[in-house]
Design a protein around this ligand. Sequence first.
Ligand code: ZN
Length: 172
Amino acid sequence: MSQKFVVLDRDGTLIEHVHYLSDPKLVTFKPDLIPALTTLSKKGFMFGVVTNQSVIGRALASQEEVGAVNQLIVDFLEQNDINISFLYVCPHVPEDYCKCRKPEIGLGLRAISDFNLSPPFSYVIGDQESDILFGKNLGCTPIQIQGKAKRSHLAEYYAQSLSDAADWILGK
Ligand SMILES: [Zn+2]
């Protein structure tokens, strides 16, 4: 059966953006993360994370360090009864021209194949233009979280926060 998902970006969306994040101690969760995802979870949405981590390709962080940060995030969410079905990482730099670095949709296709993600019933939430393009190209509804990046004209909604995004999804 096809599933409705909310696919989340990591840096600047689930957690505060930290330049070259490689230390779990520097993780700060968005203040409304748990209430926002809880509301969506109660309405039957499943969750996944897709994140570009060129810090690995640039050798600024190891796969293990990035993995430790990701594990901390997944553990924190699970402690709060939020289950993350997948957390996919692109370790490449843009010059690699891989198929998994957002806005390329390789990791989205993997979610369709692994978890029956249904694009027409799913949303992608992120702060960067690459997240919005990724969502749109995958056939999901893209929502941009306001942050340091400039506003994307391709986003279906420009949300002040995760809670604002969740309210918009549930109001549709
Ligand atoms: Zn990649």
